[in-house]
Design a protein around this ligand. Structure first.
Ligand SMILES: O=C(O)CCC(=O)C(=O)O
Ligand SMILES: [Fe+2]
Length: 246
């Protein structure tokens, strides 16, 4: 464990481990984030950005939010391996393109697999934010098709945007339970009230990975930003489980 390149930064309440360019953030209770700001070199990132901007058949679908139809506030596209169960989110079933339709995506996928030993992504949701008025609202990618502890690898190209994480209210969690059973003086307030937010500026060419219980216990978002005046393209690689229903 005594790697000279590893720095341990104990920024209470979260524990951050930094090895070379890779930060690992332990969010507690089995949730973990990995962030690699310079995952793809800048020049290669711009080549991929230009390719994706031009070649992907971007659509802006109508989705259902709290029972109301609205236009998704960003463009999207979906790619998946053959034979997987379909994806459905917010009342929308995207058409699944194949990896062969966009060969550079296979190179990006290979780079992600190399950086994350043991990972086996078989689907990809692409997002394009035309400027700071496009966004993704608070959500978790907790669809059943991803299983109980999904690993999601997110690559960003173009305009930098904030990526926020916020702990879901933990009504039945053992932590809250324990806090209730303690007298007020001993309540572990800090862990409940301070350890509940994280933010990252997702840089051009960066890789951010969410794993473990992150989708169960946390929400994430990319909020509107008046000052973001250029296009951002984001790729989220995911693993869809085998369909056991037959
Ligand atoms: O654009 C991003 O960084 C996040 C996108 C996202 O959360 C999603 O597609 O589920
Ligand atoms: Fe998401």
């Amino acid at each position: 464990m005594s790697n000279r390149l590893t720095t341990y930064i104990n920024t209470n309440p979260n524990f951050i481990k930094e090895t070379q360019n890779r930060k690992t953030i332990d969010l507690g209770e089995g949730s973990e984030i990995i962030y690699i700001p310079r995952f793809v070199p800048s020049e290669q990132s711009w080549k991929w950005f230009d390719y994706l901007d031009k070649e992907i058949p971007w659509v802006r679908p109508t989705i259902q939010v709290y029972g109301r139809s609205c236009s998704q506030p960003r463009d999207t596209c979906y790619v998946a391996s053959k034979g997987l169960q379909g994806l459905r989110y917010s009342g929308y079933t995207p058409h699944a393109y194949s990896w062969d339709d966009f060969p550079p995506l296979k190179d990006i996928l290979a780079a992600v697999h190399e950086a994350l030993p043991g990972s086996s992504f078989n689907s990809l949701l692409l997002n394009k934010y035309k400027n700071g008025t496009d966004y993704v609202a608070w959500h978790a990618d907790d669809e059943k098709v991803y299983g109980l502890t999904p690993e999601i690898a997110s690559i960003s190209f173009g305009c930098e945007r904030d990526f926020l994480l916020r702990k879901r209210p933990a009504i039945n969690s053992s932590l809250v339970q324990a806090a209730r059973e303690e007298p007020p003086s001993k309540r572990i307030k800090s862990r409940v009230s301070q350890n509940n937010q994280q933010s990252f500026v997702l840089k051009h060419g960066s890789l951010l990975v969410m794993r473990g219980n992150t989708q169960r216990d946390w929400l994430h978002s990319v909020p509107k930003r008046a000052k973001a005046d250029a296009v951002r393209i984001n790729l989220t690689f995911r693993h869809i489980m085998e369909d056991e229903s037959g």
